[in-house]
Each structure stands twice: as C-alpha cells, then as structure tokens.
Design a protein around this ligand. Structure first.
Ligand code: NAD
Ligand code: UDP
Length: 312
C-alpha cells in the first residue's frame, strides 16, 4: 500500500484515477479546489477509509508528510474553462506546480506531471513525436494553458536536475469519457449532449481539423504504468490514441450512434485552434508496454449511455 496524492482528483481524469488507485489498495489524498471538479465525481469514494478529500487550491503550499507518489493533474483542461480566468490558469501551472514539486521534494516522493499535446501547439510535423519542440503562439488566447504547461515541464526538469527529484512527464492527447461535465465545452461531451437533446451540433470551422480521441480507461492504465517505470525513465511520453478523425467525422458518428435528429451547424473557429493532432506512441509502446484498446465507437457508446442517465 502506498500513500498517493492526486491534485485535481475531483476532475474528470482525476476522479477515475483516484478510483483506480483506491481499488488497487492505496491510500489516496485528493486535493481539489472544485474549479471544474465536482463532489459528484468523487461521491462514490466518500466514507471509504482509503480515501481522503482535501479542499485545497494548489496555488497555496500544502504541507504533509508520508506521501510516496504525487500525480499533478490540477488545471482546467477545456479551452472554455482555462480561458475563463487565464491568469489563474498560468498560476496553477507555475506557482501551483512549484508547490507540488516542493511537496514531492520534502517527502522524497515520485511526482508525475499531466502535460498535454497542447505543448506542440499547431504542429508542423505529423504525427507528433516527443522530440518535436512544438509550434506555440506565446501571446494568444490558448497561451495561458499551452505556455503554462510548457513552463510546468521546464520546472519539472529543473527540479529533477537541481534537486534530484524523481519525476515523470506524460503528454496526454484528447481524452474523453464518463464524468465529463455536460457543459465542459470540449468536443465529445458537447456533441453527445447536443445530440441527446436534439439540439444543433456545433462544429467550429469547417470540421476538417483532426483530433485523436482516447478513452479514459486507457489513459488511467498508462498513468499507472508510467508511475511504475524505473526512476531513470522520465519521459516526456505521449499518451493517446493514434486513430485520427476529423471533427466532422466525429459529429457524424455521434449522430449515428445516438439516432439523433440534430443538424450540424458551422460556427467560427476559435483562435489558434490546432489543425491536426495525432500522437506517435512508439515510446509508450516500448517503455510502458501500453497501447490504447478502446475504439472510438465503443467509448462513445459508454459516454452516450452516461449522459442518458438522469443527473441530480
Ligand atoms: P478537469 O477540468 O475535469 O480536471 C481538472 C481538475 O483540477 C478539476 O477537478 C479542478 O477543479 C482542479 N483544479 C484546477 N485548478 C486547480 C487548483 N489551482 N488547485 C486545485 N485544483 C485545481 O480536466 P481533466 O480533463 O480531468 O484534466 C486533468 C489534467 O489532465 C489537467 O492537468 C489537464 O491539463 C490534463 N490533460 C487533460 C487532457 C484531456 O483530454 N482530458 C488532455 C491533456 C492534458
Ligand atoms: N469543437 C467543435 N465544436 C464544439 C467543441 C469543439 O467543433 O462544440 C472543435 C474545436 O474547435 C477543436 C476540436 O473540436 O477543433 C477539439 O476541441 P476541444 O475543445 O475538445 O479540444 P482541443 O481543441 O483542446 O483539442
């Protein structure tokens, strides 16, 4: 049994990770400020003696001993939410990350950073490999997130080099699944909710831009495998599903799988929206012996069923 801290543990990915870690027999401390996370996401863990929730904003230092591992997931991930208070987003990825690294240092704990495919920006090479340095606008609307996450990777590397911290960096590509908020703003939840409510499906731009969608269970498995690698394997490592779809294809799939009568409408493309994105997962296959196993159609059916359930 390990004592494992998950920051952002009440969010979409964090709640699935906490659940898996508790089920695996670990003591889990979940830190969250409920910016985009909810009590509902962790309601099933309430009262479990192996789970502790701490209402905490990682921009403030957190002092605790006895921690073996830290997963740093705290940060809004949907463009709508991370642009809502851009300055806070940057603080979370810089001051907040320094606080989590300090906590790891004082505990001698291993720490994993949930980085993102956004650090590649609007990529000029395709698919994206970890050695690519990216094509990121430093002054745009997405920069608070993209540059914040890039700085977080830098901080992780400097704490490793200067303080000998054991670190892990994963670059997560678009992930979807149950427990996303209906108003999360990201494309899969938007389209599924719109289709189920027979509302227009809002494609931004032409819908020719591409993404590669990974189901949450595949990601959680990869996070655990990454944490368990030898101390000298740091990453960064891409974690995503290399099957690539246009946003128009995604909309058509959602309409077909829900049997919805929704119409597709086209709205303006947000600033700096990447045109294409697909991970090269050669490194993850080699080092983690991992590859995604859940097909987009199967994952979408699970999400559709989830959003069909009545919400309190
Ligand atoms: P999410 O918004 O559902 O979860 C983020 C969680 O962090 C929420 O519970 C939120 O309340 C919490 N949080 C935000 N700022 C905080 C702060 N200052 N202090 C404490 N808690 C804070 O998003 P998610 O999809 O679960 O993403 C989790 C992590 O994974 C994020 O770091 C995100 O950048 C990364 N990521 C996600 C994806 C994806 O497709 N879902 C892709 C790449 C990277
Ligand atoms: N998108 C869309 N309609 C929506 C939400 C998003 O067409 O209702 C597009 C968005 O412009 C982007 C893609 O879907 O091209 C993925 O968007 P998301 O916000 O899910 O993630 P990210 O852009 O961060 O990859």
């Amino acid at each position: 049994m390990k004592t494992i801290l998950v920051s952002g543990g009440a969010g979409f990915i964090g709640s699935h990770l906490c659940t898996r870690l508790v089920n695996d027999g670990h003591y889990v401390i979940c830190l969250d400020n409920f910016f985009t996370g909810t009590r509902m996401n962790i309601a099933h863990l309430k009262g479990n003696p192996m789970f502790e929730f701490v209402h905490h904003d990682i921009e403030q230092p957190y002092y605790r001993s006895g921690i073996d591992e830290i997963y740093n997931l705290a940060c809004p991930a949907s463009p709508v939410h991370y642009q809502f208070d851009a300055i806070k987003t940057i603080k979370t990825s810089t001051i907040g990350v320094i606080n989590m690294l300090g906590l790891a240092k004082s505990n001698g704990a291993k720490i994993l950073q949930a980085s993102t495919s956004e650090i590649y920006g609007d990529p000029t090479i395709h698919p994206q490999v970890e050695s690519y340095w990216g094509n990121v606008n430093p002054i745009g609307y997405r920069s608070c997130y993209d540059e914040g996450k890039r700085c977080a990777e830098t901080l992780f590397m400097d704490y490793h080099r200067q303080n000998n911290l054991t670190i892990k960096i994963v670059r997560i590509f678009n992930t979807y699944g149950t427990r996303m908020l209906p108003d999360d703003g990201r494309v899969v939840s938007n389209f599924v909710v719109q289709a189920l409510q027979q509302k227009d499906i809002t494609i931004y731009g032409t819908g020719k831009q591409t993404r590669s969608f990974q189901y949450i269970d595949d990601l959680v498995e990869a996070l655990l495998r990454m944490m368990a690698t030898e101390n000298d394997f740091i990453g960064p490592v891409n974690i995503g599903n290399p099957e690539e779809f246009s946003i128009l294809e995604l909309a058509e799939k959602v309409i077909a799988l829900t049997g919805s009568k929704s119409k597709i409408v086209f709205e303006p493309l947000p600033y700096d929206d990447p045109k294409q994105r697909r991970p090269d997962i050669t490194l993850a296959k080699e080092k983690l012996n991992w590859q995604p196993s859940i097909k987009l159609d199967d994952g979408l059916v699970r999400v559709i069923n989830y959003f069909k359930e009545p919400r309190i």
